[in-house]
Design a protein around this ligand. Structure first.
Ligand code: GRF
Length: 191
């Protein structure tokens, strides 16, 4: 099974997915990284692991439909079956959604439907919740609204600061994401 990771940032989740694949814990090939920022750190990681990349600037296209059509061409050339969003800071449009129906997943650093959108960790701290966590969900046209696939909770510590909570959320992501992708690609999950 060929999968593509879409990421615009640091790429720590991208890295754990690639490492899980190399360690034989993930029964698929990370065949392409799609990135919409030419200076994203995740590109250095792709280079280090020899993963092909498609880097584009949305501003070079007239519309989302246009750049998503180009992405589809790139995905088809690599026979991609699944799209994994890992910090791709952009809503997916109908062009990609209709071509990859129920084959696009995202990871989000809160227990959805609480705290969708940007800075979910900051939102959770601001709200003073005692429990937060990580959600992996199918992607639809909304912002972090698709059907939930997997969640895991984590208890916020007394007076915990942002760095600490963010680090613990990331550790959780790095375990949960490869595990869940493996269950999906091996068909071990109910739709
Ligand atoms: C993760 O926290 C993920 O939940 C969110 O974006 C972040 C990406 O981090 N969607 P990284 O680039 O994988 O380090």
């Amino acid at each position: 099974t060929n999968i593509a990771v879409f990421a615009s940032g640091t790429g720590s989740n991208f890295e754990t997915i690639v490492k899980a694949m190399e360690a034989g814990r993930l029964d698929c090939n990370v065949s392409l990284l799609v990135c919409d920022k030419a200076d994203a750190k995740v590109l250095d990681k792709a280079k280090a692991f020899n993963i092909p990349t498609f880097v584009f600037n949305p501003k070079d296209y007239d519309s989302k439909a246009d750049f998503e059509q180009e992405i589809i061409t790139q995905l088809e050339a690599k026979q991609i079956e699944w799209i994994v969003l890992a910090g791709y800071m952009r809503l997916i449009g109908t062009t990609l959604l209709s071509q990859f129906e129920s084959k696009i997943i995202n990871i989000h650093p809160s227990l959805l439907p609480s705290f969708p959108g940007k800075d979910a960790i900051g939102q959770a701290l601001e709200a003073g919740v005692k429990i937060t966590g990580v959600t992996i969900h199918y992607v639809d046209e909304g912002m972090d609204t698709g059907k939930i696939i997997e969640q895991e909770a984590l208890r916020v510590r007394e007076k915990e600061d942002r760095d600490s909570l963010q680090q613990r959320i990331q550790e959780l992501e790095h375990r949960l994401f490869p595990e869940t992708i493996q269950r999906l690609v091996s068909n071990n999950l109910e739709k």
